[in-house]
Design a protein around this ligand. Structure first.
Ligand code: UDP
Length: 328
């Protein structure tokens, strides 16, 4: 299979590209570099452009004999999506539909979608399995759910089979230390904590200590980005071998509180950075933990870096080696 990866210069995309290259797939990365980093793409062909550019997409499919796609290109900030629904609908949905249509016309029949736990909204129970109602409470999750629904119709009409991967909290970095997480602005807990340990922030603020959880702070399911990346390859290979369309959660099935993350980071880095308690952040459910049994059963996926300590350690190696991210 020759594979087109959109958003392959981003945090998760660059790890997917690296795993594909390791297995000798021919990889074409398409990224407009609005958020991604050229340096994050460790091999294959790189093309700077928009996935919504139908002519470009068809040209790439023809030129490189593309038979499968991993689609990660999207805007993904929950807070921003609430104030700029126009931007999220236009980019994630508008460009996503143009992209899908170009692929259908070009004869591509295998599609992996980067989706999110945000499709579920406020959990009615945990761990959250794929049968949990999908009622997103933010625009970002809404756009991903709509794309999943559109894929069902495209499958019927054009025979395009798909796997949608609903990520929980992606974290950590490739153990080689060459690629990692570099967002601007940074909003995610683990990289923020790494910046605090490097002395680049004077403190970490815990968003809410009055949640109905054992220590009062939010509980999340952190999954190592390389484990996520491997799941994309298993999904591609399942489609290649004639497997059906499917939706899978990707998490470790284990919850860690914000305090636990902070304490783990203090231990791993050996830095006693300042931690402050602040008010809740809007839109944060108390507990998000995945039930990932379906992908384990169907595709044999197993997390390699299941321990929070390992996730934080690989994040620390990247941040220590790249204190200014790719720009440094
Ligand atoms: N969080 C926090 N302080 C920060 C950033 C995040 O307490 O500076 C909390 C946040 O409220 C959530 C958890 O850490 O409960 C993980 O947040 P993140 O933004 O990393 O991922 P999300 O769960 O929003 O996808």
């Amino acid at each position: 299979m020759n594979i087109l990866v959109t958003g392959g210069a981003g945090y998760i995309g660059s790890h997917v590209v690296k795993e594909l290259l390791k297995r000798n797939y021919h990889v074409v990365t398409l990224d407009n570099l609005s958020k991604g980093h050229r340096e994050a793409v460790t091999g294959g062909v790189f093309v700077q452009g928009d996935c919504g550019d139908a002519a470009l997409v068809k040209e790439l499919v023809r030129e490189h004999g593309i038979s499968a796609v991993v689609h990660l290109a999207a805007d993904s900030l929950v807070g921003e999506s609430m104030t700029r629904p126009d931007k999220y609908c236009q980019n994630n949905l508008g460009n996503g539909i143009n992209f899908l249509t170009a692929l259908a016309e070009a004869g591509v029949r295998r599609f992996i979608l980067s989706s999110t736990a945000a499709v579920y909204g406020e959990p009615e129970y945990t761990p959250i399995d794929e049968a949990h109602p999908a009622q997103p409470v933010n625009v970002y999750g809404g756009t991903k759910l709509m794309l999943e629904q559109i894929l069902r119709w495209y499958e019927r009409a054009y025979g395009l089979r798909y796997v949608s991967l609903r990520y929980f909290n992606a974290a950590g970095a490739d153990p080689g230390g060459r690629i990692g997480e570099d967002h601007d602005p940074e909003t995610h807990l683990i990289p923020l904590v790494m910046q605090a340990a490097l002395g680049q922030r004077d403190k970490i603020v815990i968003y809410g200590t009055d949640y109905p959880t054992p220590d009062g702070t939010c509980v999340r399911d952190y999954i190592h980005v390389s484990d996520l990346a491997v799941a994309h390859i298993l999904a591609l290979e399942a489609l290649r071998d004639g497997g059906p369309s499917a939706v899978y959660n990707l998490g470790n099935e284990r919850g860690h509180s914000v305090r636990e993350v902070v304490e783990t980071a203090r231990r791993v880095t050996g830095v006693d950075f300042v931690v402050e308690e602040g008010p809740r952040r809007e839109g944060d459910p108390a507990v998000l933990v995945a039930g990932s049994g379906r992908i384990q059963r169907d595709l044999g996926w197993r997390p390699r870096y299941g321990e929070l300590e390992e996730i934080v350690r690989t994040a620390w190696e990247w941040h220590r080696g790249h204190p200014r991210g790719y720009g440094g």
